[in-house]
Design a protein around this ligand. Structure first.
Ligand SMILES: Cc1cc2nc3c(=O)[nH]c(=O)nc-3n(C[C@H](O)[C@H](O)[C@H](O)COP(=O)(O)OP(=O)(O)OC[C@H]3O[C@@H](n4cnc5c(N)ncnc54)[C@H](O)[C@@H]3O)c2cc1C
Length: 426
């Protein structure tokens, strides 16, 4: 199999890039020239995984089939997991696909390319903390679904237990941990509303952060407001606390031990260890080192999003965020289209931080907007922040589905929630 441009990983960045390139090249050339590869047959925007985990978003409705997106946006799609990558002779291999019963469905495949973009995302970083096997992570839709199923079981167990209580510990006070704790508290209240008084139980959600404050990468005011909002929701926020070991029933910290019926680890990212095997330079968290055109040392081989270590300002790297993956996809689309036309491209990538928004559950958010009319950063909260947060998801859908389908999908979801309720209980 040969394609001019191959994108591996159809997440926040890779899928947007494939869609834009395919649409620019058109119905005839797009599917011939552009191939997207992903190990999953359907796409879920990763920043919504905490909602899948809490059960406030249904992955069966949320997931969009890559094959259908490929047809609509004029690119080709192949299901498979990257296992070998040879940048020097521009080939890659995808693992064979097997049925649950062990039968091989698709054999291993070798694909040659002229240009390739690695958009493989990242996973969790436990920083060597012992007991990681006792913690849940939210790396993909399957993880989020597994956690959700476990959470429903724990809710049921707590409802029939003698002490009627449930202890949840979330490690990591970044956006993921903060959003997950708020979303879980909402799921708990929804559940309480569906059961009789005899099955009601108490929940203690504890959010642990090693840094002196949660949302340490955001302005102090955002962090203060988020802490206040979480405490109002009866979520315990322990900042300046380092987890030293995880057990099946507790978390040990440098300040003492905390009981835990379930632990979720959301304290940092690391790209796949396998990235070290591809002959490309990687940093200490396995991100591919790229220059200011997102290119690796190999001609025609690029990386974007969480798996790329791209220089930014003051010696820092571009942060691992959906907005960075989105901007990098835009940049690479222009670069690749120019190169496909056989022309030179001399622009460089500059990440523009537009601020960050954090969802604190239904109708509440906090955040800061950067590069505003004032030229600085300003604080927003409440319903406006929540609506702006939701609009980021819609913007992603607009890039991959177009305006009309995004509006239809949003309306369909509102109607579905009206019929089935906000929480997925099965
Ligand atoms: C719960 C949560 C909430 C978040 N909230 C926010 C937020 O509010 N704002 C924000 O800016 N960012 C947020 N993020 C971070 C954001 O999701 C990531 O920065 C962004 O998704 C990175 O995009 P990407 O394209 O690099 O990778 P991803 O979106 O992770 O996509 C990677 C893709 O590569 C595929 N893949 C991986 N390995 C292979 C392989 N070997 N072979 C084939 N395919 C492979 C995966 O299946 C996946 O589809 C959040 C993350 C999480 C987990």
């Amino acid at each position: 199999m040969y394609y001019d441009t191959v994108i591996i990983g159809g997440g926040a960045g890779g899928l947007e890039l494939a869609s834009k390139l395919g649409r620019a090249l058109g119905r005839k050339n797009g599917p011939e020239k552009v191939l997207l590869i992903d190990r999953s047959p359907f796409h879920i925007w990763k920043p919504t995984l905490h909602e899948v985990a809490a059960g406030t978003l249904n992955p069966q409705q949320e997931g969009l089939s890559y094959s259908i997106l490929a047809r609509a946006n004029h690119f080709s799609f192949v299901l498979g997991e990257l296992v070998k990558f040879q940048p020097e002779n521009k080939t890659l291999s995808l693992q064979a696909v097997y049925h649950e019963n062990g039968e091989m469905i698709i054999p291993e495949r070798l694909i040659s390319f002229n240009r390739c973009v690695l958009a493989l995302g990242s996973g969790s970083n436990f920083f060597g903390t012992p007991g990681s096997e006792h913690a849940y992570v939210l790396e993909n839709a399957q993880d989020a679904q597994n956690f959700h199923t476990h959470l429903l079981n724990l809710f049921a167990k707590a409802a029939y237990s003698a002490d009627k209580s449930l202890n949840v510990v979330i490690v990591g006070g970044g956006a993921t941990g903060v959003e997950l704790s708020a979303e879980m508290m909402e799921a708990y209240h929804e559940i309480q509303n569906t059961v009789g008084s005899e099955q009601r139980f108490r929940i203690q959600i504890t959010l642990i952060e090693a840094a002196p404050r949660i949302l340490a990468g955001l302005p102090e005011k955002v962090s203060e407001q988020a802490t206040q909002a979480l405490r109002q929701k009866q979520i315990k926020v322990l900042s300046g606390t380092k987890v030293t070991e995880i057990f099946s029933n507790k978390v040990e910290t440098d300040q003492g031990s905390i009981p835990a019926d379930v632990v979720v680890w959301a304290a940092g990212i690391k790209a796949a260890d396998r990235n070290q095997e591809y002959g490309l330079p990687v940093n200490r968290i396995n991100q591919f080192e790229v220059n200011d055109q997102l290119q690796t040392p190999f001609d025609g081989v690029y990386a974007l999003g969480d798996c790329a270590a791209c220089p930014w300002e003051d010696g820092k790297l571009v942060p691992a965020r959906a907005q960075a993956a989105h901007q990098e996809a835009d940049f690479l689309c222009k670069l690749l289209l120019t190169r496909i036309e056989g022309k030179a491209f001399d622009q460089t990538f500059r990440y523009k931080d537009s601020g960050s928004l954090v969802s604190l559950g239904n109708n509440h958010g906090v955040g800061n907007l950067m590069g505003s009319l004032s030229g600085g950063s300003f604080f927003i909260e409440g319903l406006i922040a929540k609506y702006m947060y939701m609009s980021l998801h819609l913007l992603h859908h607009k890039t991959i589905l177009g305006y009309g389908k995004t509006v239809l999908l949003a309306l369909a979801r509102i109607m579905q929630q009206r019929v089935s309720g906000r929480l997925k209980l099965h």
